[in-house]
Ligand binder design. Structure first.
Ligand code: F6P
Length: 366
């Protein structure tokens, strides 16, 4: 860890957040800044993901330990802004056409005179950044963040723990009201095509039924399970469902948004009606939505953020690039970005948490 000698030009590195936000992003940036300052390096933060590089001049902020302090570290969201729209290789233009703007982004990044870029993102963002880095020949380090926890080669991504805590707290709050009114409460959580949030929070929050996209369900099995609970004298039940769980007819439930984007959501309400009919019971549905992404990061996410941010700068110091930092077996590690993004890390059907859920007698719908 030798700082740049005082007469040498100061090294400059850049960082950006890309994709959907989550809790812990500011904590990652703070760790990067603090570690970079031990080397006497300068850090700039590119605004709004790669969109900041499409502005003229490029839009960035100077980051240092005075503005990346412990107040910012505790905050949810990202002070740099982010976006999960506008793939630079097929960028939607005002006239409705798609344009490859990768060259503009690469030129803008190069104009900033940075040694390397640290991209904090999920699978989609890291795939785009990796493609840009290869095309532009600039060094890249990835830091995994996503509430979905669906990146490969890391057991945890920044933001996942906080989202699970929020969903667990929602179950803690739904349980007493469910019991007071003899109701079946359905909680719909995010997670895209991976059921990690539903499974983890469902176990932690004492759910009776957990439905995830990886396991096809039959409404009859859910109804039979709830019937047994009632026969045993309990008057309420808690059901957690992942947003990407399909209908009984195998259709995903989503809404179209501006720009042709599809957003998952709504399966909870469909199941709510079906469970009410099948169980002859009152159901209520809560769609947790973006509260899973906001709020203060829990300790685990701050710890991961610190370890990832420090390690990312150390990789740049060592000249090791095209790597994503990750967490495996209680250690921070680094792996080729390509390995982390090669496939969506979904719930393993015979993994520990699935066996735990079955062992607890939780109905998984199958
Ligand atoms: O990938 C993170 C995530 O929160 C998913 O769980 C969810 O499906 C999606 O982003 C929501 O995206 P948006 O913020 O565009 O509504």
């Amino acid at each position: 860890m030798s700082p740049t000698p005082s007469n040498a030009p100061k090294k400059r590195i850049a960082i950006l957040t890309s994709g959907g936000d989550c809790a812990g992003l500011n904590a990652v940036m703070r760790a990067v800044v603090l570690r970079a300052e031990t080397l006497n390096w300068e850090v700039i933060g590119i605004m709004d993901g790669t969109h900041g590089l499409l502005e003229s001049p490029p839009h960035y902020a100077q980051l240092h330990s005075k503005n990346m302090d412990t107040v910012v570290m505790r905050q949810g969201g990202t002070i740099l802004g982010t976006t999960n729209k506008g793939d630079p290789f097929a960028y939607p233009m005002p006239d409705g056409t798609l344009k490859d703007r990768s060259g503009e982004i690469i030129d803008a990044f190069k104009s900033l005179g940075c040694e390397a870029l640290i991209g904090i993102g999920g699978d989609g963002s890291l795939a785009i950044l990796s493609r840009l880095a290869k095309q532009g020949g600039f060094p890249l380090i990835g830091i995994p963040k996503t509430i979905d926890n669906d990146l490969g080669a890391t057991e945890m991504s920044v933001g996942f723990g906080t989202a699970v805590d929020v969903a667990t707290e929602a179950l803690d709050r739904l349980q007493p009201t469910a019991a007071s009114h003899d109701r079946i409460m359905i909680l719909e959580v995010m997670g895209r095509d991976a059921g990690h949030i539903a499974l983890t929070a469902g176990i932690a929050g004492g759910a009776d039924v957990i439905l995830i996209p990886e396991i096809p369900y039959d409404i009859k099995n859910i109804a039979a399970h709830i019937k047994k609970i009632r026969e045993n004298g309990r008057n309420f039940a808690l059901v957690v469902v992942s947003e990407a769980v399909k209908t009984a007819h195998g259709q995903s439930v989503s809404k179209d948004f501006f720009g042709g984007q599809k957003r998952l959501g709504g399966i909870g309400h469909i199941l709510g009606e079906q469970i009410a009919d099948a169980c002859q019971a009152e159901t209520r549905v809560t769609v947790l939505g973006h509260v899973q992404r906001g709020g203060q990061p829990i300790a685990q996410d701050r710890m991961l953020a610190a370890a990832f941010g420090v390690h990312a700068v150390s990789l740049i110091e060592q000249g090791k690039f095209d790597r994503m930092v990750g967490w495996q077996h209680r250690q921070v590690v680094d792996v080729p970005i390509a390995e982390a993004i090669k496939e969506n890390h979904v719930v393993e059907k015979d993994g520990t948490l699935m066996r735990t859920a079955r062992g607890l007698g939780i109905c998984l719908g199958d």
